[in-house]
Design a protein around this ligand. Structure first.
Ligand code: AMP
Ligand code: MG
Length: 339
């Protein structure tokens, strides 16, 4: 999760649009987790300020547990521990960690929340980017303190411990998706079924738009110079997450270094994949898979998508151009879009 900018962590704005005499669309927007969020809800007699408060509480709880940008968060306190003692964590944190482990297995280790030390070594872990390529020795040393075996999880006790006292966790590749699902949960609890929730590009849609059609979402072209749309897609009770090398990267001597690290080599991914989008039933899974598939590269990612029936879209750099490749299940979503 990124740092808060010059503004408070959560700035809530509210916009209300009347759709019909009874049904209205309320939009809440602001900043959290170092990025922006927006929530569109359709319903009758929506209590916007009560909703805003509950959403703020969700973000606060998740940041207090999982933000590596907060020194006093559970994850930061755990990262500072230098022993093998068990460390008690909150339920949400455990849920995200357990899901992260599932995706680590599914992606053959490509998605790995213990890459933290490497993320920091490459200068992506803080707002003060060092823009310096680490030495092979430093990478090898850090690699020896990463990997799923370095942190043990005991879900029944709600506790984690370091097998390697130097191990650290980073949930930036999955926590935004979890937060989207948590906000969706708050809306559902409030009896609201028609909504679109988005944090930093990770999106979940439920029900329908005010005019009755499916929510439509856009996947951006992977261009760091500006924003334009690659394609739009209907999202029906589903989530969409995208990982890319085009927003957070740095260039050193014409090499582009992505903020996503290949846990097998300790280096930023370098496989010409510019972005990966995943559509799944929940946003946390889509978020983690998008990051993991970025690391796997086109062929392995598509093979995994075929085996697990995942809806995946990959945008590959091809010289100065792009090539779009989709899995069969993503293609099916697109054909729904056309019909
Ligand atoms: P996302 O934007 O969801 O793809 O997440 C990217 C963030 O996840 C990075 O900024 C890192 O903090 C972290 N990260 C980098 N590489 C990995 C990886 N291989 N597995 C899990 N998280 C990673
Ligand atoms: Mg992700």
């Amino acid at each position: 999760m990124g740092p808060c900018r010059a503004v408070p962590c959560l700035l809530l704005g509210i916009a209300v649009a009347a759709c019909s005499p009874e049904v209205e669309q309320v939009e809440l927007f602001g900043e959290t987790m170092g990025t922006t969020f927006s929530v569109k809800v359709v319903g009758e007699h929506i209590d916007e300020s009560a909703l805003a408060q509950r959403i703020e509480a969700v973000f606060e709880a998740i940041n207090a547990q999982m933000s590596t940008w907060r020194q006093d968060s559970e994850i930061s306190r755990f990262n500072r521990v230098r022993t093998r003692e068990w460390f008690q964590i909150s339920e949400d944190f455990m849920r995200v960690l357990a899901s992260a482990r599932r995706i680590t297995q599914q992606t053959g280790g490509a998605f790995d929340v213990t890459v933290t030390g490497l993320v920091k070594l490459w200068g992506f872990g803080s707002s003060q980017r060092q823009i310096k390529v680490p030495s092979p020795e430093a990478i090898a040393e850090m690699l020896s303190h990463t990997g799923p075996g370095t942190v043990e999880i005991d879900a029944s006790r709600g506790a984690v411990r370091k097998v390697d006292p130097a191990a650290q966790l980073d949930l930036s590749g999955i926590a935004k998706g979890y937060a989207v699902d948590a906000v969706a949960g708050v809306l559902e609890e409030a009896g609201l079924d028609d909504f679109l929730v988005e944090i930093g590009g990770e999106i979940r849609a439920s029900g329908e738009r005010p005019d009755g059609g499916a929510w439509r979402v856009a996947i951006e072209k992977p261009d760091s110079r500006g924003r334009s749309i690659q394609l739009t897609l209907p999202l029906v009770n589903a989530a969409l997450a995208t990982s890319g090398d085009y927003r957070r990267y740095f260039d050193v001597a014409d090499m582009r270094y992505s903020h996503i690290i290949d846990p097998r080599t300790g280096n930023p991914v370098d496989n010409s994949v510019a972005s990966v989008s995943v559509v799944a039933g929940d946003t946390m899974t889509a978020d983690a898979l998008a990051t993991g598939l970025m690391v796997m590269g086109t062929e392995k990612a598509l093979a995994l998508a075929a085996r697990n029936k995942l809806a995946v879209m990959i945008i590959k750099r091809d010289g100065s151009d792009y090539r779009v490749i989709v899995s069969a299940d993503f293609d099916r979503l697109q054909s729904i879009a056309v019909n």
